[in-house]
Write a protein that binds this ligand. Structure first.
Ligand SMILES: *Cc1c(COP(=O)(O)O)cnc(C)c1O
Length: 355
């Protein structure tokens, strides 16, 4: 796979750490990992053994759910870990770069800067649409990763699949197109970039159980990519990245009944999103509510600081994103329960606030 030649040579040459669990798996008497032979008295189930680095049952369940082969999956500590690992596997400090379409999720730039890699920012168009031509024009021989967030955090816009296919094709053998789909479940059945994997071995898709699956506290994210790319990233992942309680929670979340409940929550959030978009657009202090395919709305206010303070005074926190490029006076508002959403609208209503 030619793309792998773009990875850091020192990572390709690295002898990865080999953990006890990787070398020998599970046996009747396990005296190879310096674990306690007794469980702690305070935990049920027992946690005295190191976890399987990539538990086969969870890998199989996720592979089934995402309709890919288990070899196309790397499970990690949230998709944040996958972002970090991809940057560290590909970007040589002081030489290489990533490209992002801003405003977008902040972790891509942070991971790159921690690694000492450059960040090239290409602005979205004024309507918050990805400018594929400008993005490709910004890619240089030093660019190793191009991050596209779809639906985009914090603007909410979905990137059309044909545009992603075009980007993947144009970046072939040069850079990894990382498509972050943290919110795709809220995008009204939009096709995932996973459907591009068959024809584009330079696509890496990030999925997470943190948002639609309601497991942010478990920290489980998934990198889905061509098997050689997954194997490369696996070389630099920590030896035991997945805590057993998180693995159990993830397995439960993928049961038939849990998935049905997830569908219901997603439907409810999408319904509330449309209701909130209309209601917010009708408020005097709101200038614009941007179209969102995620579980939040990006809203431009006459005075975002003032709106933020009024909400805070009612015990409601939203995200002030006004420091992002192109997002002056914008707040990012997560869709909550119908009661929480009603409280937010009530707190913003100037007449009620004045009364
Ligand atoms: C929330 C979020 C993530 C983080 O997901 P984890 O799996 O919880 O690490 C990744 N990408 C985007 C765009 C997000 O908004």
């Amino acid at each position: 796979m030619k793309l792998l030649e773009r990875a850091r040579p020192e990572i390709l040459a690295l002898q990865p750490y080999s953990s006890a669990r990787m070398e020998s798996g599970v046996a009747a008497t396990m005296l190879n990992a310096n674990e306690s032979p007794w469980p702690a008295s305070c935990t049920a189930p027992a946690l005295n053994r190191y976890p399987d680095p990539q538990p086969a049952p969870l890998r199989a369940a996720l592979a089934g759910f995402y309709a890919v082969a288990p070899g196309n999956i790397l499970i990690g500590r949230g998709s944040d870990e996958a972002i970090d690992l991809l940057v560290r596997a590909f970007c040589r400090p002081g030489y290489d770069a990533i490209t992002i379409a801003s405003p977008t999720f902040g972790m891509y730039a942070v991971a790159a800067r921690v690694q000492g890699a450059d960040v090239t920012e290409v602005p979205l168009t004024p309507g918050f649409v990805l400018d594929a031509k400008a993005l490709l024009a910004a890619v240089t021989p030093d660019t190793k990763l191009v991050f596209v967030c779809s639906p985009n955090n914090p603007t909410g816009g979905l990137v059309p699949l044909p545009m992603l296919a075009h980007l993947a094709q144009a970046l072939r053998d040069r850079a990894v197109l990382v498509v972050d789909e943290a919110y795709i479940e809220f995008a009204d059945g939009a096709a995932s970039a996973m459907t591009l994997l068959d024809r584009h071995d330079n696509v890496a898709v990030l999925r997470t159980l943190s948002k639609a699956h309601a497991l942010a506290g478990a920290r489980v994210g998934v990198l889905i990519a061509a098997a050689p790319l997954v194997a490369l990233v696996r070389r630099i992942q920590a030896p035991y990245p997945l805590p057993m309680p998180s693995v159990d929670a993830a397995l439960s979340a993928l049961s038939v009944s849990a998935l049905a409940a997830t569908d219901q929550r997603v439907t409810a959030i999408c319904r509330e999103r449309e209701r909130m978009a209309r209601a917010l657009a009708g408020l005097a202090e709101v200038l614009a509510v941007f179209d969102s395919a995620a579980n939040f709305l990006c809203v431009r206010f006459v005075d975002a600081r003032k709106a933020w303070r009024r909400l805070a005074a009612s015990g409601i926190v939203v995200r002030d994103v006004s420091r992002y490029p192109q997002l002056a006076d914008c707040l990012r508002i997560t869709i909550g329960t119908p009661e929480e959403n009603a409280a937010l609208l009530g707190a913003l209503d100037a007449r009620k606030a004045a009364a």
